[in-house]
Ligand binder design. Structure first.
Ligand SMILES: Cc1cc2nc3c(=O)[nH]c(=O)nc-3n(C[C@H](O)[C@H](O)[C@H](O)COP(=O)(O)O)c2cc1C
Length: 224
């Protein structure tokens, strides 16, 4: 029997339908508590950070994913303050996890909920190849067991600051990404950075809402 590969448009429609079903089902994953201390010095993480584009086959632990999400956007005070600063404390960023090879986590796309420190399911299945395609064919991303996606809902900030709020959201994405890079090192993991992609294609590949503009992709794993 011959199998027919669905067109790209058909796949995008199927992905969007799955995303909607999963969101309606309200599936959520409780995360291990993040550690707030370690013997890994910040200076060592700074000195060892480098962009890595080749990852080995080892799976990430759910605790690693929890720690990375927390580093990027975790809540650190009862007031709701987070690991990253935010203009006017308006927190426009959303962190999504594209999980492919993570222990105790089904492959899929998840949105990190900072105040609950948990993941909400957005879409199911391994989306790395669609994401690499959206990133102008950067196939190396497909080796990473997980990819953090930092997106911004810009209106949260532009409602107060007008167009300058867009700049603030971009600055905040830099804070979040750098936190994730340094945290990866302190977990003895490695990370890459991807800014070259088509926003709408990333949204379609991952089932992101239209108002969540992807700003930065951070593939994470253990270097080969
Ligand atoms: C804003 C930004 C966008 C980037 N986009 C990509 C990208 O799309 N693909 C890629 O392979 N590397 C990307 N990089 C990584 C740079 O190529 C890398 O940081 C640079 O070569 C310096 O190497 P280092 O990070 O190891 O110091 C990006 C880095 C930044 C800061």
């Amino acid at each position: 029997m011959t199998s027919v590969k669905p067109s790209r448009r058909a796949r995008v429609i199927m992905l969007a339908m799955t995303a909607s079903v999963m969101a309606q089902a309200g599936l959520a994953v409780t995360l291990p508590e993040p550690r707030r201390d370690s013997s890994y010095p910040l200076e060592r993480a700074l000195a060892e950070r480098r962009t890595v584009r080749e990852f080995g086959p080892a799976a990430l632990r759910l605790a690693d994913v929890a720690q990375l999400a927390w580093a990027a956007q975790g809540v650190i005070a009862p007031s709701g303050r987070r690991t990253t600063p935010s203009a006017g404390a308006l927190y426009p960023l959303e962190v999504y996890i594209v999980a492919a090879n993570v222990q105790d986590l089904a492959p899929g796309v998840y949105r990190y909920q900072p105040s609950l420190h948990r993941l909400a399911a957005v879409a199911e299945g391994d989306r790395r190849s669609e994401l690499a395609e959206a990133a102008w064919g950067q196939r190396w991303m497909e080796q990473a067991p997980a990819i953090l996606v930092i997106a911004a809902v810009e209106r949260r900030t532009t409602a107060k600051y007008g167009q300058r709020g867009v700049r603030y959201a971009h600055m905040e994405a830099g804070h979040a990404a750098q936190n994730a890079l340094l945290q990866a090192r302190a977990l003895d993991l490695d990370a890459g950075l991807v800014g070259a992609f088509t926003d709408a294609d990333v949204q379609a590949a991952l089932g992101l809402p239209r108002d969540a503009r992807p700003l930065y992709l951070v593939p994470v794993g253990k270097s080969r």
